[in-house]
Design a protein around this ligand. Structure first.
Ligand SMILES: Cc1ncc(COP(=O)(O)O)c(C=O)c1O
Length: 402
């Protein structure tokens, strides 16, 4: 897979650090790929807000403005409100557990509820239909299914792990819900996967849930489709979408998060100190645990770039060559380090700028202010034109505590 180099102007001291730097042109390139799939198949693609909720840039993405996506999928009242207020289009919500207050609030905001259990559907559907009768709104209901088929290697990201609480297994599915008001099915099982995994998963879905699919007027195939990656088999995805449309006659939705903002964001950082432990440890003004928590959760080694003698270099995985470096954050946590070693052509110096790649997805939405560390600023750029969107201060730390 081809990995984009950071534009050289991002190393300039005029560009803020620490800062999430979102490349608007990269978002547009991703949208063009997604639009091509929508045009070829008629599928409707929603942005999963859990992955990317940088609302200043929603106009680039939403077809309510100059973008292409049909709307958003939310996991909570606040995400649904952001989708309704800032993105426009359709708002779909899935939660593994609703309560009465959240259902009442969501009724004002969403077009489609997906329920994680038949019991949750039966508990809340009367409230939703009463709301619709009073207000004239139309709200659809669906059930998330669990096809019990997985090719994932990470249980923490695998909704089909035997221990999973997510989605109704076929043995637990009561078809009577279609007569009670359910009109669609939701199926999310993938994580950063290619279309061949989707095809094999759908083979299981047809085998187990075929009779339910034919009663559905919409089918949501969830997220986890890495559609905008170079090696993604987009023809296969289109074939699977068309196959589902022909089988069900339903409106098919996808709700990717990562694919929308893949390779669209950099996190700038500055070297604060270098200390010698078992290897050189480079301490940065960003924290791995606060500002890129997936690096520890997954775990994975993010791509990192630096400048050496005016050239942009990638710090590769340490293989015995060059200077062996561990990158560390500036919190008190001993484990606030990238849990893989890097090889640099020289030891980084205090004041050097580093750029972490692909940090628009999940990192920005998962940040914390642990240790009182300030959140990185947020900026976007087109070419070399930078827009500083947000800076954070003491009030942001204080206002989420009391
Ligand atoms: C229900 C649901 N939809 C969509 C997504 C978005 O997935 P991704 O960002 O991997 O495309 C997720 C991710 O966890 C999810 O749980």
């Amino acid at each position: 897979m081809k990995s984009p180099l950071p534009p050289s102007f991002l190393f300039s001291k005029d560009v803020p650090a620490p800062c999430y730097l979102i490349d608007e042109e990269a978002l547009c390139r991703n949208c063009a790929i997604l639009e091509d799939i929508q045009r070829k198949t008629g599928v409707r693609i929603l942005l999963a807000l859990k992955a990317f909720a940088c609302w200043s840039l929603f106009p680039v993405l939403s077809r309510a403005y100059q973008g292409v996506l049909w709307g958003t999928c939310a996991s909570s009242v606040d995400e649904a409100r952001l989708g309704r207020e800032e993105f426009g289009g359709e708002v779909h919500v899935f939660s593994s557990g609703y309560d009465t207050a959240s259902v009442l609030a969501l009724c004002e905001l969403v077009d489609t509820f997906s329920f994680n259990s038949i019991a949750q559907f039966r508990r809340f559907w009367p409230t939703i239909t009463a709301f619709c009768a009073k207000t004239g709104r139309t709200i659809h209901a669906g059930i998330r299914i669990n096809p019990e088929y997985t090719e994932s290697t990470h249980a923490i990201y695998d909704p089909c792990d035997p221990s999973s609480r997510l989605g109704v297994r076929r043995r637990d599915f009561d078809e009577a819900v279609f007569a009670e008001g359910v009109s669609g099915l939701h199926c999310h099982t993938l994580c950063e996967q290619n279309a061949d995994v989707l095809a094999r998963t759908l083979t299981q879905v047809y085998a187990k849930f075929g009779s339910l699919l034919t009663r559905s007027s919409w089918v949501n195939l969830g997220g986890g489709h890495h559609i905008t990656r170079d090696d993604y088999d987009r023809d296969c995805l289109c074939r699977e979408i068309v196959r589902m449309q022909e089988y069900t006659n339903a409106t098919v939705y996808l709700e990717p998060g990562e694919a929308v903002a893949l390779e669209s964001g950099w996190l700038s950082a500055t070297v604060l100190d270098c200390v010698m432990a078992d290897v050189w440890v480079v301490i940065l003004d960003v924290s791995i645990t606060c500002h890129m928590p997936d690096v520890l959760e997954m775990p994975y080694r993010p791509r990192v770039y630096y400048e050496d003698a005016g050239s942009i270099c990638e710090a590769k995985a340490y293989d015995g060559q060059g200077v062996c470096v561990r990158l560390a954050g500036n919190s008190c946590l001993a484990g606030d380090v990238v849990p893989f070693l890097y090889s640099f052509s020289r030891l980084p110096c205090v004041g050097d700028r580093l750029l972490f790649a692909d940090m628009a997805i999940y990192s920005m939405v998962k940040t914390t202010t642990f240790n009182g560390l300030r959140l990185p600023s947020i900026a976007s750029f087109r070419g070399e034109r930078l827009r500083l969107l947000r800076q954070f201060g003491y009030e942001d730390f204080k206002s989420r505590l009391s």
